[in-house]
Each structure stands twice: as C-alpha cells, then as structure tokens.
Ligand binder design. Structure first.
Ligand SMILES: Cc1ncc(COP(=O)(O)O)c(C=O)c1O
Length: 385
C-alpha cells in the first residue's frame, strides 16, 4: 500500500492553493480535472487516436461499487431481466437480488461469454414475450472476478450487435454494462484488450465502469462510470440524492497521484507483486492438488478459479467448506457466483481462491492444506461408493 506516497501527496495538496478546494464540497459528477485525466487515460489504454469519451461522459463515484448500484437502480424495475456471466461477480448478484431482478446466466468460454448461448437466451426471452423487461448484460471483462477470464474485443463487439438486433423488439435500449474493475491489474504477458467503447459504433449502448481503488489503495474509494447521455441524467439525480459527490479530498488525491506519475509507479509495483503471487499460487496448486482438480491460470487480477470433481460439493454448508475452515482456509464458494437462474443447474464443485492479500509463504501453505482437504474428500467419496 502506498503509505509514504499518500502522505507526501496529501501534504503537497494541503499546502497548495488546491488544499482549500479539496476540503470543500465538490460537484455531483466529480472533480473536473480527475474526469479529464480519466478520459485521457482511457484513450491511451484503448489506443485510439481521437478521444472517444470526454470528461462530460464521466461520473466519479464512491468506488465502482456505487456506480453498479446506481445503474441498477436507474435502469431497472423489480422483475426486470438482466443477463450475467455464469459465473459472475457475486456481490453484483446481491445488488440484482435487492432490486428484485431476474438474472439469466450466460455460459463462459476462455475468451468471454458463449455468443451462441447468448443468442439462445435472447431468443428464449423473445419467445416468452419478455424482451421489454430485458435491460442490460453485465460483463466483468478484464481478469474477471471470479474466473480470471478476459473477454476479447471481438466478443464485446458481437455482443453489442446481437443486443442491437433484439433492441428493436424490446422498444428500448439494451445496454452492455462493462465492468472493468481489474483492467489495470494486468500481468506483463497478457495482451492489451480494447474496451467495448473502442470496439463499436454503438458507443451509446456501452456503459463502462472502473475504479482507481484496486490499483492504488482499496480504502481510497474512487471509481467512475462512463455513461450515455440519457443514463447520465438519471445517475446524476440518484448520485445527488446519495451524497452530492464523491469525497472531494480523495478525488484530489487520486488526480494528484495520476499527474505526478505516482499512480503508475504504484501500479507497476502491484502488477509485479500480483504476478509473483499468482505464480506462487499456481505452482502450489501443481505441487499439492491431487489429480482431478483443475484451475485456470490467471493473466491478471487477483483470483484463481479451481474446480473439483462434480460430486465434491464446495458450498458454504458443505463438509468440504467446514474442513477447509478448520485448516484456516477461506475461499469463495463457487456456487455463490452463479445467478439464481432456474433454467439451469448451477455447479457446486468450484471455488475462487484469492492471492491478493496473503503473503507468499501463506499462499503456498494454504494451497498445501487445501490439497489435503481435497485428498480427504476424494478418499471419503471413494470409500462411500
Ligand atoms: C468485478 C468487480 N467490480 C466492482 C468492484 C468494486 O470495487 P470498488 O468499489 O473498490 O471500485 C469489485 C470489488 O471487488 C469487483 O470485484
């Protein structure tokens, strides 16, 4: 965590002319300089010659989590339908549930959602006469939480085309909500992938959210959304009701870190740390997991997604989960990451392992113990068959 950097930047900020401004209320949309810098960074990240978004398209939020909540509140009514990845960011499922939404899961492939399955689900919704209830598809496109999968630019473009096709019958826009929370946490060998904003001519159907907190300090709750105009109006109204603007001091801090190069310096350190921790975790998986356990090798982000044989239940109430807890191992049960979609049976043999906070030696030891939990579970099931 950038303790010394933050201390220095806050000192500089509070000793300068901007100090007073930073301690006042700001605007609901957020600090103009931070929004300008955000638009500029996105242009570099997407490698586009002309600016494809401007500061006016951006709202700074209290973490990207607030943006996800506000978008759902603005776009959806109870019993509306949204499409999500199967599996997806489980905390978002909580937001969807609290708004009374119906979620349909779209199967995942190594480069993002399965477009054939997306088309099948869209057609089912169409045949059921429910397209008017469909509001958006939510995709965590970079080093997804929980699987670590990155969606290819081509899939984003084709998803938007498909949505456009069904939009005519829906009678309203169907958005692609691109959650790019982990975009910056890329390992050096991972290819660069453009955002949906840079891959489509349907840019007014893309809602993009991301965050500065993951790659700087999660306690600095500064995220942002890039929104089409009609959505912007509604979100600003809700944001005004929530807090009339994200903490101004923290926005100034992030803007200062971006301008001074401290944000990128910290990011480089984090990328190296996480690359190394991911390597430690996957090496430990290779060394300690018994045959029959598989996992995805991450190319960024914070997670390894592991799967056991179908008959080993890793759910919160399972013997397996309790045995892992008894060994001081905590994972996110894979079943939590599947929407409550009655059209399919969600798997219960998966888990999300995080290498974010633990130190290397604990990662190796944790995976060794988890390997034993797997071994015991496998021998138990062998005995009972
Ligand atoms: C996929 C995803 N989106 C959004 C968030 C929210 O992050 P923040 O509010 O810190 O920007 C998280 C946090 O874990 C996440 O995993």
């Amino acid at each position: 965590l950038p303790l010394a950097t933050t201390r220095r930047l806050l000192n500089e900020l509070l000793s300068s002319d901007s100090g007073r401004r930073a301690l006042q209320y700001g605007s609901t949309a957020g600090d103009a300089e931070l929004r300008r810098l955000t638009a500029e960074r996105l242009r570099t990240e997407d490698g586009v010659d002309e600016p494809h978004v401007s500061a006016d398209d951006i709202v700074i939020t209290n973490g990207s989590q607030q943006m996800l909540y506000m978008l759902t509140e603005c776009l959806c009514d109870p019993w509306d339908i949204i499409l999500v990845e199967d599996p997806t960011y489980f905390v978002y499922l909580g937001i969807a549930q609290s708004h009374g939404l119906r979620c349909r899961g779209i199967r995942m492939q190594p480069d993002g959602i399965d477009l054939l399955h997306l088309e099948t689900v869209l057609e089912q919704i169409n045949k059921a006469g429910e397209l008017r209830r469909l509001k958006f598809i939510y995709l965590v496109t970079y080093f997804q939480n929980p699987t670590g999968i990155t969606t290819s630019a081509e899939k984003k473009e084709r998803t938007l085309k498909l949505l456009r096709h069904y939009e005519r019958k829906a009678g309203h826009p169907i958005y692609l909500l691109e959650d790019a929370a982990y975009r910056h946490l890329k390992f050096p060998t991972a290819p660069r992938v453009k955002s949906a904003l840079a891959t489509t001519r349907f840019i007014d159907r893309v809602i993009y959210t991301s965050t500065y907190s993951k790659a700087f300090a999660t306690g600095v709750r500064v995220g942002f959304g890039i929104l089409p105009k009609e959505v912007m109006r509604a979100v600003l109204r809700v944001k005004g009701n929530h807090d009339f603007g994200t903490a101004n001091l923290l926005q100034h801090l992030v803007a200062a870190a971006l301008k001074s190069g401290d944000y990128d310096a910290n990011l480089t350190t984090l990328q190296q740390r996480y690359t190394c921790k991911a390597r430690v975790m996957t090496a430990a998986c290779r060394a300690h997991f018994p045959d029959g356990i598989s996992w995805l090798e991450p190319t960024g982000g914070l997670y390894v997604w592991a799967s056991g044989p179908r008959h080993i239940n890793t759910g919160l109430r399972s013997k397996f989960f309790k045995a892992a807890l008894a060994e001081n191992i905590l994972y996110v049960a894979g079943s939590l990451c599947y929407a409550d979609d009655p059209s399919r049976r969600a798997p219960s043999n998966e888990m999300r392992l995080s290498f974010g906070a633990a130190i290397e030696s604990n990662i190796s030891e944790g995976i060794r113990r988890l390997g034993n939990v797997f071994r015991n579970a496998l021998s138990r099931t062998r005995r009972s068959t």
